[in-house]
Design a protein around this ligand. Structure first.
Ligand code: Z5A
Length: 245
């Protein structure tokens, strides 16, 4: 009888109080998100995501904050294999639209469970070069797959590992193409499957990104990526300082 009374008191009074305190402390998110911060970089091709990710990690390091770089598709051994299939048709055939989407999601789930979640749990910041919004922008808005269904698949894939901040490096498509062309010339690279898509595809992707940012202003920050790398880094650093506070 006495045990029942205690159990009842715990269920009705103590547990709700504990839940309230814990969720206040953790900002309403699962506890593992308390320590490391998860930041994603998004944007059209050539917008400077990789360049900025590396500059940001260097600057965080100067403050004694451990931060790691990872990218999509890829970031794990399995993910890098999938990247090869997706970008260079290494399986010998072009994936159908929904198969393409699911390959991106498979690479993502592997990255989430093997790299991102463990790093965040340890308190390491994760700076990810593309994440779920790339799929919404490219496969949803770019290819024309139903955006609501694409977002529902993300929820399954990311399993509660949600970016705290998404930096959208916005840039005119033409400027991005020019930067990539310069890089091809300098490094002797050739265009992958996505880079061969026509201009209108990339324009739909860019507009899709802007729509996503408009829908989730609390997560997205739009950065003008047309400036020189140092000015873009400065815009980003102002946003990061907000996170540090
Ligand atoms: N994709 C998808 O469809 N669905 C998905 O779910 C995911 C991806 C995750 C991945 O290719 C492709 O997969 C991508 C979308 C699709 N394809 N597209 N298009 P990737 O990883 O190889 O490509 P990317 O993510 O677009 O990376 P990128 O082309 O290398 O661009 P970036 O990382 O944004 O830029 P960067 O490497 O930092 O800079 C590019 C060049 O510009 C380089 O020579 C820099 O020195 C130069 N640069 C950088 N910043 C500046 C500034 N500020 N001024 C002038 N020049 C600059």
């Amino acid at each position: 009888m006495k045990i029942n009374v205690y159990l009842h008191a715990f269920a009705v009074q103590i547990y709700p109080c504990l839940f309230f305190v814990v969720s206040r402390v953790s900002g309403g998110y699962p506890l593992f998100r308390m320590s490391g911060k998860f930041i994603t970089l998004e944007g059209p091709e050539g917008s400077g995501k990789s360049t900025q990710a590396k500059m940001m990690i260097r600057r965080l390091g100067e403050l004694g904050i451990e931060a790691m770089y990872t990218r999509e598709p890829g970031g794990t051994a399995l993910g890098e294999e999938i990247r090869n299939i997706l970008q260079h048709n290494s399986a010998g055939e072009t994936p159908c639209e929904r198969a393409e989407l699911l390959l991106f999601e498979a690479s993502r789930n592997q990255l989430v469970e093997k790299v991102i979640r463990p790093a965040l749990t340890k308190g390491t910041w994760v700076i990810c070069d593309r994440f779920m919004d790339s799929t919404t922008a490219y496969q949803g808005y770019g290819r024309g797959l139903p955006v609501d269904e694409v977002k529902a698949i993300h929820r399954f894939t990311i399993n509660d590992v949600i970016p705290e901040l998404t930096l959208l490096l916005d840039l005119e498509i033409e400027t991005g193409f020019e930067r990539i062309a310069e890089r091809f010339l300098a490094l002797g690279e050739s265009a992958d499957r996505f880079e061969q898509e026509e201009r209108s595809f990339h324009e739909r992707v860019r507009q899709g990104y802007l729509k996503l940012a408009d829908e989730e202003p609390e997560r997205f920050q739009i950065v003008d990526a047309s400036k020189d790398p140092e000015s873009v880094a400065e815009q980003i650093w102002i946003i990061i300082q907000g996170l540090l506070e």
